[in-house]
Design a protein around this ligand. Structure first.
Ligand code: SAH
Ligand code: SF4
Length: 365
């Protein structure tokens, strides 16, 4: 098999069949895949890792995704909203520690009060940092007006994971209704691009009913959408969600992790200059999960700056790591881990995706 893998790895474009084969690679073949993706990372994005200080702004959510621990139907978490002062403290910490950017993430809400609160936060973070901190939003689907308002207020990147690019599978992991509409989610990504955001998406890996063939299609989907950033990681079951009933049919966690690493490596080869996050869900399965992801192609880390008292209530999935580590402990442990992975940290830089810059500097047709 090995010579065959060498030939495939050197192709300009992978077919669906190539991707299925590579996602199944084991032993020496898997090693070759990881060596190739590490080379491409070095060549196209270098060995700088960018930090995005993450604030999990609120766990109040109007949706009911069947996999998520903070879905509206789960009555267990105490619902919270981080205060303005706490968000600005986190922004100050990010600034003082040379993190180039922040991510504000939240359950999905589209009421006016929430939209305006986010606007105020964006303006104040920009003001406090003299425009130095880049801001990414991960607030789910909103109206075009809201996306535009937040862009005008200073957000310049937006993440909406498609979760799976397979329509049928999408409706197995979401309620089938207007609030959880596959086409609206895809359209959101297109709108965000038109408005001018750096656009990010991604998928979960190892979902119930998901196959390697689905995942190969997900990679082709992300490439076709020409995204600037990707965050993807293993699906991790949560006891208080409807999908928990399928827990016995899931791939073992170790395998979900392994396939996630291969997804990161393959995407790095396919989309050489995008930003790829080493996600927290990878760390939830393997203590060194994020470092392993950095080694095979990821270049973004999102240290958690959410005040510790809220973290227990933002459990999207089980075994979420760093529940009791405050931001400064987190920073120390992260720096050591990144150096261990052979990378260095891009302090005080936004670290936008090179892919975004390239697309926007190339002449319009
Ligand atoms: N509400 C926003 C952002 C917060 S959820 C949105 O849905 O876009 C952020 C991400 O957490 C989701 O996109 C999903 O991919 C991930 N997530 C949720 N539940 C998960 C689980 N059980 N296992 C792994 N990832 C999960
Ligand atoms: Fe809400 Fe996002 Fe969780 Fe869906 S994934 S229930 S939108 S927080």
């Amino acid at each position: 098999m090995s010579d065959f893998i060498d030939t495939i790895l050197l192709k300009q474009e992978f077919s669906h069949a190539d991707l299925v084969l590579l996602l199944n690679a084991l032993g020496q073949d898997k090693k070759k895949l990881f060596t190739r993706s590490a080379e491409i990372k070095k060549q196209y994005v270098g060995n700088k890792v960018y930090f995005r200080g993450l604030v999990e702004l609120s766990n109040i959510c109007s949706k009911n995704c069947l996999y998520c621990g903070i879905r509206a139907g789960n009555t267990k978490p105490e619902r919270y909203m981080v205060t303005e002062e706490e968000v600005l403290d986190a922004a100050q910490f990010a600034l003082d520690n040379g993190y180039g950017s922040m991510v504000l993430q939240s359950g999905e809400r589209s009421d006016e009060q929430f939209v305006d609160t986010v606007s105020t936060l964006l303006q104040k973070i920009k003001e406090l940092s003299g425009g130095k901190l880049g801001i990414t939003l991960s607030m789910g689907e909103q109206t075009e007006k809201t996306y535009r308002q937040w862009y005008a207020d200073g957000a310049h990147r937006y993440l909406i994971r498609i979760e799976t690019s397979d329509r049928e599978l999408y409706y197995k992991i979401h309620p089938n209704n207007k609030k959880h509409d596959f086409d609206i989610r895809i359209n959101a990504l297109k709108l965000l691009r038109e408005i001018g955001y750096n656009v990010g998406s991604g998928v979960m890996i190892g979902l119930p009913f998901q196959t390697i063939e689905h995942l190969a299609n997900d990679l082709l989907f992300l490439k076709q959408l020409d995204v600037d950033m990707v965050g993807m990681g293993p699906f991790i079951e949560h006891e208080d969600t409807p999908l928990y009933e399928f827990k016995d049919s899931l791939w073992p966690k170790k395998e979900r992790f392994d396939v996630s690493l291969k997804m990161v490596a393959l995407l790095r080869i396919m989309m050489k200059d995008i930003n790829i996050a080493a996600t927290t869900a990878m760390q939830a399965i393997d203590k060194q999960g994020r470092e392993k992801a950095l080694k095979v192609g990821a270049n973004i880390i999102m240290p958690n700056l959410t005040p510790v008292k809220y973290r227990e209530d933002y459990l999207l999935y089980e075994d979420k790591p760093c529940l009791d580590e405050d931001a400064s402990e987190c920073r120390n442990c992260l720096e050591a881990r990144i150096h261990m992975a052979g990378d260095e940290i891009g302090f005080n830089e936004w670290g936008d995706s090179k892919h975004f810059a390239k697309r926007n500097n190339s002449p319009k047709e």
